[in-house]
Design a protein around this ligand. Structure first.
Ligand code: FMN
Length: 172
């Protein structure tokens, strides 16, 4: 069960060399967390292992972003995203994440891998307003249609820029 944490306005900024690593099973339960993850998110290994990865979910993140994540992983593709996460104290930290399926020798997906590092302030200035708009679209659409609404908004933006999700994310 995820404890209810009240978000604060305090940002935890990663160092340039910080690389956060975690692994999950197929359901998104954490099976490995490196020390940097524990330090930044302020959890012990015991707190993290076997917990859903949404333990660090921040309420400012639109649900549509995670729908794209899971759809991409289920298609056995890697996924790139900028993510606002929350520490155990409610502080926030931004990361650039690369999440990939973890294959066994037979090519079967046995879990997922995530490697995250610091996000550039110039990138944050582009992505934060987009997430804010997506979140607002979700609020207006209501829970049943939230993801549909925010993904449509994002796709509309990408179309008007003449780009794809991955090209856009890697270009900013
Ligand atoms: C390997 C891996 C890493 C993930 N990392 C994060 C993360 O850093 N932050 C996050 O909010 N969700 C992350 N997720 C997605 C969560 O599993 C979950 O889908 C998301 O937090 C939305 O949770 P909710 O459906 O309870 O709102 C990750 C999933 C996987 C498979």
């Amino acid at each position: 069960m995820k404890a209810k944490i009240t978000p604060t306005q305090h940002e935890v900024v990663l160092n340039d060399g910080d690389i956060i690593v975690s692994k999950t099973d197929l359901k998104g339960r954490i099976t490995y967390a490196n020390r940097v993850f524990m330090r930044i998110a302020n959890y012990s290994e015991k707190d993290l292992l076997n917990q859903q990865h949404n333990i660090v979910r921040h309420p400012d993140m639109p649900r549509g972003a995670f729908k794209l994540l899971w759809d991409t992983l289920e298609a056995k593709q890697e996924f790139f995203a900028y993510v606002k996460n929350m520490t155990s104290e409610g502080h926030y930290y931004w990361v650039f994440a690369n999440i990939t399926p973890d294959f066994d020798e037979q090519g079967k997906v046995v879990g997922y891998f995530s490697v995250r590092r610091k996000i550039r302030p110039s990138t944050l200035a582009i992505i934060e307003p987009i997430y804010r708009e997506m979140l607002e679209a979700e609020r207006q659409a209501g829970p049943a249609k939230a993801m549909e609404a925010s993904i449509a908004l994002l796709e509309g933006k990408l179309k008007s820029l003449g780009t794809t999700y991955e090209r856009f994310i890697l270009s900013i």
